[in-house]
Design a protein around this ligand. Structure first.
Ligand SMILES: [Fe+2]
Length: 297
């Protein structure tokens, strides 16, 4: 069994959409090579533990589960930890705004490491080629200069002023527009994207990806949308995001190696990779070794 670095062990890790876990029935999953079982009690509160002989769909009285892992709920998802997690999850303040449509958009298995999936989420260079006529189109293939910093105070990677011309930036978009993106990486395996909102130029739609590292080379992507959209239904908004992610999946799974190399010389840097370089450096400085190929020391 691969060793789990202490930073990864002490993080909150996403494992399921809260609504999708039935009360009194066992769900099984894998986190960091550890087999887990979970359910919800009669009040709807999640209970998570290390799986022994439970099977998917077994009936269980949650009161009988004594040896529990830490649990927190947030952004529509259940999070647990194999170590000693912080008091709270990283903040996404917009999620609490009353007029937003918040939704989970599915949990998708990926045959690639969690950090690879984060890096793909940060990359705008693939839009015209992978999300053709939706998030990008030729001849607008240029990734313009943007800013990246690591916020010491919040301990997150932040990319700002990312601009791109998109034929159909969101479900609510009726024409091509230059959209502005802000990316946050507030957790080694999670990223939050803020993008221009077609319906209200003063606000941003929020799309987040939470990766569940199942093994070093396999993960599940849990998607969140928090949208300003008064016309589309939740089903339509979900379908739009699932279409986009369905286009990413085969590209992601073709990445080689499946773990993310942290040595900056491992893959050719181009300007579009500025956020990727900052992300890799941040993981390296934190001492993350799970799902990555650490720098040779
Ligand atoms: Fe993509």
């Amino acid at each position: 069994m691969p060793s789990i670095d202490p930073i990864t062990r002490d993080l909150w890790q996403v494992i399921a959409a809260t609504d999708e876990v039935p009360v009194g029935l066992v769900e099984i999953t894998t986190l960091l090579d550890v087999r887990l079982a979970l359910t919800r009690d009669n009040d709807g509160n999640p209970v998570v533990w290390r799986r022994t002989d439970e099977e998917q769909g077994d009936e269980i009285d949650p009161e009988t589960v004594l040896d529990r892992l830490p649990v927190i709920t947030g952004y529509g998802y259940i999070w647990t930890s194999l170590g000693t997690p912080p008091k709270e999850l990283f903040p996404i303040p917009e999620y609490a705004e009353a007029d937003r449509k918040n939704m989970s958009c599915g949990s998708i298995g990926l045959a690639v490491s969690a950090p690879r999936a984060v890096e793909n989420f940060l990359d705008m260079g693939h839009f015209p080629y992978v999300h053709t006529d939706i998030l990008g189109a030729e001849p607008h293939t240029e990734v313009k200069e943007y800013d990246v910093e690591v916020s010491e105070e919040r301990d997150e990677v932040l990319a700002t002023r990312c601009k791109f011309i998109q034929p159909r930036a969101a479900k609510s978009a009726t024409e091509a527009m230059e959209v502005e993106y802000v990316y946050r990486v507030p957790h080694p395996f999670c990223s939050v994207l803020y993008k221009s909102c077609p319906e209200d130029e003063n606000r941003r739609d929020v799309i987040a990806i939470f990766l569940q590292p199942m093994t070093e080379e396999r993960c599940r992507a849990h998607l969140l949308q928090s949208m300003i959209d008064s016309t589309s239904t939740i089903t339509d908004l979900r379908r739009f995001q699932q279409t986009i992610f369905g286009q990413d999946k085969p590209i992601l799974e073709n990445q080689y190696p499946k773990r993310l190399p942290l040595d900056p010389r491992a893959e050719t840097p181009i300007r579009a990779d500025k956020s990727a370089i900052a992300y890799r450096r941040w993981l390296s400085q934190k001492g993350i070794t799970y799902g990555v190929i650490p720098m040779a020391s």
